[in-house]
Write a protein that binds this ligand. Structure first.
Ligand SMILES: Cc1cc2nc3c(=O)[nH]c(=O)nc-3n(C[C@H](O)[C@H](O)[C@H](O)COP(=O)(O)OP(=O)(O)OC[C@H]3O[C@@H](n4cnc5c(N)ncnc54)[C@H](O)[C@@H]3O)c2cc1C
Length: 469
């Protein structure tokens, strides 16, 4: 096996050669809003230096994405601001624009080569492929946001996490390399319109976004991601395996939004963790089991299963058992609106729904309980599937991610095995309120959420009063 597998991230996806007559190298950034361990940026700089041309980094803004709202876009914008400043320090021009496909193509037309981050979800992939088909210079896609290039660990669809676990841990060192960016030889800041934060702000003002969903607990950007990572390594990681599931404590990393928006690479996380801790430490193993095994499994899932977003993705036994119990009497039935507003009989469920709706990130363990209960409380499990995807992606700051689809699908039996048969949920793994009570001080979790909500309401009221004064 080669000593450094990172070169396998890069795929040339058309037959055109690099155009030495091109004006610049064009990095169409999608999910690499960071400097460190940004493998697309590294390739783009190397190409620019090879041809002694300037490098243009470009981010195309669009509205009208499914479920997107101000919460997501605000986090994105914070990441873009920081990326702009960091690229400036490297003498690299960055443009952020609400752009049509034709505008992106017109930039690509004048390029030596086009480099972009590989995307995996159907809509984004379709768009990237359709643009790539019209680009008449060399185009490279870089797998920039997974730890491994997706089909290195397993070159087919995995059905269980254990199928990839050994390889994930075996090849860790073949990715975990020091990361260096060459200095750009041609300063591109002079070649393009000087783009500032205010210009990004203007572009965002042109978007037609749902502003009702706006609050978020986290600030986007690479430096925030690193700060959160360092704090996690220092204070929480030593207790991770003991407390990670516990919803009333906050002992997980909270890195999922940063991973989703590409503000940090899993490669960086692994390197930083292993600088201070050993893989033999059970906490590190447990954390990597989530960050690497389950997260990489989600890339495998969306890559190989084009039905990842709907009920067709679940295994035959799960579909059969849910169908067998289709007519079972439901003790509770809720409408989409009841669920969205957190108006059920179950105070634990309502609390986690509100945590997601008002703060943008539900505690890890509660996500499983949350989805399982909706299956029981909806007249039709297929409808429950759609509703869960919709609510998750609308409110979670880390939503619309491969992990979102894996998480929902897992709750319907995917990557799991059959359990004891029960009403409604059949042989799909069951979770109960009693289970929460036995495992955790779950009432404390409800109190915590209610208290935070109270503070948030008071804060909003205070701010409105200030505005009025
Ligand atoms: C119904 C349901 C919906 C979910 N929706 C999402 C979603 O929209 N976006 C999302 O990123 N995750 C989702 N998850 C997975 C998981 O709950 C979150 O990744 C985790 O809670 C994020 O918090 P953290 O970063 O503090 O996690 P940590 O415990 O610190 O874990 C570190 C990283 O590992 C990855 N990870 C952790 N748990 C899982 C998991 N079960 N599956 C895959 N990767 C995991 C995440 O990237 C996470 O940031 C969902 C799970 C379920 C059951």
């Amino acid at each position: 096996m080669d000593k450094d597998l990172n070169y396998l991230r890069i795929k040339k996806i058309n037959n055109y050669s690099d155009n030495s007559q091109g004006e610049y190298v064009f990095y169409w950034v999608i999910s690499g809003l960071r400097i460190e361990d940004n493998f697309s940026l590294k390739l783009a700089i190397e190409k620019a230096n090879q041809f002694k041309k300037p490098l243009l980094v470009f981010f195309g803004l669009r509205d009208g994405y499914y479920w997107s709202n101000w919460r997501h876009y605000h986090f994105l914008k914070e990441g873009l601001f920081e990326f702009l400043e960091n690229l400036k320090k490297l003498n690299i021009a960055f443009i952020v624009k609400k752009a049509t496909d034709d505008e992106i193509l017109s930039y690509a037309k004048k390029a030596v080569a086009v480099i972009s981050d590989e995307v995996y979800l159907n809509g984004a992939k379709k768009r990237q492929e359709s643009l790539a088909n019209k680009i008449e210079v060399s185009m490279y896609l870089v797998e920039n946001n997974s730890y491994y290039p997706v089909n290195i660990v397993l070159n087919k669809k995995a059905n269980f996490a254990w199928q990839i676990r050994d390889n994930i841990f075996k090849f860790l060192d073949l990715i975990k390399k020091d990361f260096f960016l060459e200095k750009v030889q041609v300063n591109s800041l002079n070649f393009f319109q000087n783009f500032e934060k205010e210009d990004i702000e203007k572009e965002f003002n042109n978007l037609n976004l749902d502003k009702k969903i706006y609050f978020k607990k986290f600030i986007g950007g690479e430096s925030k991601a690193l700060e959160i990572l360092n704090e996690f390594i220092e204070k929480k990681l030593p207790y991770y395996s003991k407390f990670r599931s516990n919803p009333e404590k906050d002992f997980t990393s909270n890195l999922s939004p940063y991973l989703h928006f590409g503000n940090i690479s899993p490669v960086k996380i692994v390197k930083e963790v292993l600088k201070k801790h050993s893989l033999k430490d059970e906490n590190v193993y447990s954390f990597f089991n989530e960050l690497l095994v389950w997260r990489e499994l989600s890339f495998n899932f969306v890559y190989f299963d084009k039905n990842y977003y709907n009920f067709k993705s679940i295994p035959f036994w799960a579909k059969k058992t849910l169908d067998d119990h289709k007519s079972d009497k439901r003790d509770y039935l809720y409408s989409f609106d009841d669920l969205e507003q957190g108006k059920t009989h179950d105070c634990y469920w309502n609390a986690c729904q509100k945590e997601m709706v008002y703060f943008g990130k539900m505690a890890n363990y509660m996500r499983m309980y949350w989805a399982k209960k909706v299956i029981e409380w909806t007249e039709d499990w297929q409808k429950a599937y759609d509703w869960l995807v919709k609510i998750n992606n609308k409110y979670e700051l880390d939503g619309r991610d491969p992990n979102s689809y894996l998480g929902v699908s897992w709750c319907f039996g995917n990557f799991d095995r059959p359990w004891f048969e029960r009403k409604i949920i059949g042989k799909v793994r069951y979770m109960s309120a009693n289970g929460l009570e036995n495992k955790f001080d779950i009432k404390k979790y409800v109190e915590k959420i209610n208290k935070e909500l109270d503070l948030r309401t008071k804060d909003l009221f205070h701010r409105q009063n200030l505005q009025r004064e």
